[in-house]
Design a protein around this ligand. Structure first.
Ligand SMILES: Cc1ncc(COP(=O)(O)O)c(C=O)c1O
Length: 352
C-alpha cells in the first residue's frame, strides 16, 4: 500500500481471523498494533488535523500532552511530522522503550520529579498547565474529553464494514472510552443488533467499581470517569485482574503468534469466551491496541510477576455474572443497566 505521507499511513490495519475451535464463533482481531506506534495514532491524527482546520492550532505552534503510552507516541508521530514542537509530560514510571522513541522523534519529554496532592496524575496536570501558560498558542489534544477522540474511530468502523459481511459482537478495552464507544457508535449506524462488550481492570472506577489505585495493567481503567466514556454504547462489561490479563497476554502470543500488550491479552481472553458462548455462525471482532515490546520487563517478565506476587491472585476460567456495582476481584461480567437504573443503583450505593 502506498501513502503520500506518514500521517496518511495511519490506520488501514490488518484484520485477522483467529485460530479457535470448531464449536466457536468466527473471531477476528483488528490489529491496531500494526499502526506505526499503536491505536492512538488515529486519535492524534484526528485531533491535530481538526485543530489545524479550526485554527485552534496554528502552523508551527506547540502541542502539549500528558501521557506515558500510546497517546504520547501518536502525538509525537503526527505532531512532529506536521512540523510542530511536541512536549510530552510524563512521570518516572514511563518505560524506557517509549521514552527512547519520544526522544528519537525530537519531542521535549518533561518527567515530573515527584507526586503532588493527587499523586502522579496531579503532578503531571500541574506541569501541563505550566507549559500551556509558557507556550503561547499551544494546543493540548485532551483525549479524555475531546470529541475528536471517538470520531477518530469512524474510519476504523468503515474498515471493519468493508472487510466483514457480518459483525454480531464488538469487544474492546476502555481507558478514555474513545476507541470502543467511537467504533460502536459508527458501526451502529449500519448494524442495529450489534452487541458491544467493554473490558476494564478490577479496581478501576469506569463501570461503577471502587477505586484501587495499585493496578498494574496499563492502557485501560481509570480513577476518574472520562467524558468520552458513553455507557449507552456498551451492553456488557468484563473485569479482569492483573494476573488474568497478563496470563491471557502470554496465551495470545503462544496460541496466535500475536505479541501484544496487556490490553490485547484482555481482549483475547474475553474473545475466546464469547466465541464459545456465541458458537458457530456468529461473528465476533476484538480491537488489539498495541504491541508487546514495551511490556517485556513487566507483563512478559516472570521476575516482575513474582515481585508483584501475581501468583497470589485468584483467577477464574470463566467470568462470574454479577449485578451492577457488585465489587469484583477476579474475572466477572455484568450487563450495563440503562441510564435510569444506573443512577438509582449509584444513589443506593452512596446511602449505604
Ligand atoms: C495500550 C492501550 N490499550 C487500550 C487503551 C484504551 O483505549 P481508549 O482510551 O480508547 O479507551 C489505551 C488507551 O490509552 C491504550 O494505551
Amino acid at each position: 500500500m502506498r501513502f503520500a505521507s506518514i500521517v496518511a499511513a495511519v490506520g488501514h490495519t490488518p484484520l485477522v481471523q483467529l485460530r479457535l475451535g470448531p464449536g466457536d464463533a468466527v473471531c477476528h482481531a483488528k490489529l491496531e498494533m500494526q499502526n506505526l506506534y499503536g491505536m492512538k495514532d488515529r486519535v492524534a491524527r484526528q485531533a491535530i488535523l481538526h485543530a489545524r482546520e479550526t485554527g485552534e492550532l496554528a502552523p508551527g505552534a506547540a502541542i502539549v500532552e500528558s501521557s506515558s503510552g500510546t497517546m504520547a507516541l501518536g502525538v509525537a508521530l503526527v505532531g512532529t511530522a506536521l512540523g510542530h514542537p511536541v512536549h510530552i509530560v510524563t512521570d518516572p514510571r514511563i518505560d524506557p522503550m517509549t521514552l527512547t522513541k519520544l526522544q528519537a522523534l525530537g519531542c521535549a519529554v518533561h518527567v515530573v520529579p515527584r507526586m503532588t496532592g493527587n499523586g502522579w496524575q496531579s503532578a503531571r496536570l500541574e506541569r501541563l498547565a505550566d507549559l500551556m501558560a509558557e507556550l503561547p498558542g499551544a494546543f493540548c489534544p485532551q483525549q479524555y474529553r475531546n470529541p475528536q477522540n471517538p470520531l477518530a474511530y469512524r474510519a476504523l468502523a468503515e474498515e471493519l464494514l468493508a472487510d466483514l459481511d457480518r459483525i454480531d459482537v464488538l469487544v474492546g478495552t476502555v481507558g478514555s472510552g474513545g476507541s470502543l464507544c467511537g467504533t460502536a457508535r459508527a458501526l451502529r449506524r449500519h448494524l442495529d443488533r450489534l452487541w458491544v462488550v467493554g473490558i476494564d481492570c478490577t479496581g478501576s472506577v469506569l463501570f461503577g467499581q471502587p477505586d484501587r489505585p495499585k493496578r498494574l495493567q496499563s492502557g485501560l481503567g481509570n480513577s476518574l470517569i472520562p467524558a468520552n466514556l458513553d455507557l449507552d454504547q456498551i451492553d456488557e462489561v468484563h473485569w479482569l485482574n492483573d494476573r488474568e490479563a497478563f496470563e491471557a497476554t502470554s496465551r495470545l502470543a503462544a496460541e496466535q503468534a500475536i505479541f501484544g500488550g496487556n490490553t490485547s491479552g484482555s481482549v483475547y481472553r474475553v474473545l475466546r469466551h464469547l466465541a464459545r458462548e456465541r458458537g458457530p455462525g456468529a461473528s465476533v471482532v476484538g480491537l488489539l491496541p498495541d504491541r508487546g515490546d514495551r511490556y517485556h520487563a513487566s507483563v512478559y517478565s516472570e521476575d516482575y510477576r513474582r515481585e508483584h506476587r501475581l501468583h497470589e491472585l485468584a483467577t477464574r476460567d470463566e467470568p462470574e455474572l454479577v449485578t451492577w456495582r457488585t465489587e469484583v476481584g477476579a474475572w466477572s461480567r455484568a450487563l450495563v443497566p440503562p441510564e435510569a437504573e444506573r443512577s438509582r443503583v449509584a444513589q443506593a450505593a452512596a446511602v449505604r
